[in-house]
Design a protein around this ligand. Structure first.
Ligand SMILES: [Mg+2]
Ligand SMILES: [Zn+2]
Length: 166
């Protein structure tokens, strides 16, 4: 049986977007974000992060630093009894940075490749799933994967989620 999922953008949805956040010191929860993720866990959704990380292409941090930081974020969530089931990231940028990351790719949102990959790897029904992002490019990426995209423009993420799935 296919599962339902909520795809979350990271920067601006889970953590405050200070630009290329990649250390615990730069990290600040969006209000209600851990509680929203815990709520989605409890409602039976897979919770999967889909994130553009052009800071890797631009050399602000390495892919390994990004992975270490995501492990730290997931540890912080675990302390609040919340869980990410997976995360997918694009390390590329179309014009800036260094090889092998400077390229026109399909995975950078508004491309939908990462969402489609997650749908396939986790046996997800896109018609029973949605994506929350804070940019138009997130919504376009979702729609290209036949997933409803919801634009989160700030405030409390738990309240936003509750209004969408009541
Ligand atoms: Mg964002
Ligand atoms: Zn990419």
């Amino acid at each position: 049986m296919l599962k339902r999922a909520v795809f979350l953008d990271r920067d601006g949805v889970i953590n405050v977007n200070y630009g290329h956040v990649h250390t615990p010191e730069q990290f600040e929860w969006v209000e209600g974000a851990p509680e929203a993720i815990r709520h989605l866990n409890a409602c039976g959704f897979l919770v999967i992060v889909i994130t553009n990380q052009a800071g890797i292409a631009k050399g602000y941090y390495t892919e390994q630093q990004f992975l270490d930081f995501m492990r730290w974020v997931m540890g912080q969530l675990a302390q609040k009894n919340a869980r990410l089931d997976a995360f997918y990231y694009c390390p590329h940028h179309p014009t800036e940075g260094f090889a092998p990351y400077v390229m026109q790719c399909e995975c950078r949102k508004p491309g939908s490749k990462l969402i489609l990959q997650a749908i396939e790897e986790h046996q997800i029904d896109p018609s029973k799933s949605f994506l929350i992002g804070d940019k138009e490019s997130d919504i376009i990426a979702a729609n290209r994967a036949n997933v409803v995209g919801l634009l989160f423009s700030g405030g409390n993420l738990l309240e936003f989620v509750r209004e969408q799935i009541r």
